[in-house]
Design a protein around this ligand. Sequence first.
Ligand SMILES: Nc1nc2c(ncn2[C@@H]2O[C@H](COP(=O)(O)OP(=O)(O)OP(=O)(O)O)[C@@H](O)[C@H]2O)c(=O)[nH]1
Length: 375
Amino acid sequence: MTKIPVTLLTGFLGSGKTTVLNTLVKQPAMSGALVIINEFGDVGLDHLLVAHSRIEGVVELSSGCLCCTIRGDLARTLKDAVWRFSRNGRRQFDRVMIESTGLADPAPILQTLLDDPALTKHYFLDGIVTTVDLANGWQTLDRHPEALRQSAVADVLLLTKADMAGEESRQALAERLRRINPGARQIEANPGSVRARDLIDLGVAQANARGIDIQAWLHTRAFAGAGHAHEHAHAHGCAHDEDMQACCGSGEPGHEHREHGHSHASNHDDGIRSCSFVLDQPLEPEAFREWREILMAFLGDRMLRLKGILNIRGESRPLVIHGVQHVFHEPVHLDAWPGEDRSSRLVFIVQDLDRSVLEQTLGILKRRNASGAKT
Ligand SMILES: Nc1nc2c(ncn2[C@@H]2O[C@H](COP(=O)(O)OP(=O)(O)OP(=O)(O)O)[C@@H](O)[C@H]2O)c(=O)[nH]1
């Protein structure tokens, strides 16, 4: 059964989500999309403002925020949609776009999408698109932790209201966002110029079909120091040992200190940082499973997002993992390795978590791996 891609469109209040959605639903790539809109407040209006796509599929969830009170509603709506929007046994939609309220914390929504077996049977998370208002975004990031988290987990950061911001402030905000989430693709857009094809089919499943650019998915290009040459990693102050290299960036504008391979983030941007690791040795399946348990148990809420491509010993194909807080997406095998590089690569976006904690978990993985490899 073909699973249905789900895009989460998030972004702070007034950052332009509904405006973007309105442009998207008129485009051919979105003609079969079911749009689910979550509004906060008793009288929802946004759904009236969004033009209907071909299937007239706009569902409104109101009187609560998707990330808390009506999370169950989202799950139910998605489950029901499979038969509710069917005609003569044929499903009438081929993708879903969810617009969350501006105040929503994306993590619980993502957990619902990744964790509920009744949903994962039919759907998969294709990508997260976050709108950031170039006119007010800087202040919003200063004041609202939800906005930071929305930006930190994004695959695409859609920078709206470019027409309302000067060149200097646009660049400053883009740079700050790059520190928060170095791998997200940034797209500046005015309402007329948003292209659906830039915002959909971001996931690994499609990547298999279209020939994967795993570096783009993992965002590893953004981590200059996580390259393969050890001396290169060193030059950037990033830790490595003989078979693990790492690089981190903090969400703090211009305040990162790296000494002896350690990076420190202070409390700016709520301690959000991204860290990438490259592991040269193939992983023992059991060592990997144990490490995953450790991550889920100990990192919990502090791991906003994890993506990885892994070389598991004995398997010819790479395994792709994808986690949000303490929930892991069911690992997916890619059809083939994209290129010659067979190293495992991991990218974390974490909050209030020192890189040394991640290194400790990876140290356990490596030790367990080494002992597993000998037996
Ligand atoms: N000048 C300008 N105005 C924009 C742009 N994008 C959105 N707007 C305006 O910004 C306001 C808020 O846009 P919405 O699309 O409603 O924002 P939203 O994120 O859906 O807002 P909430 O539903 O409150 O979270 C509206 O008046 C839009 O017309 C843009 O690129 N340029």
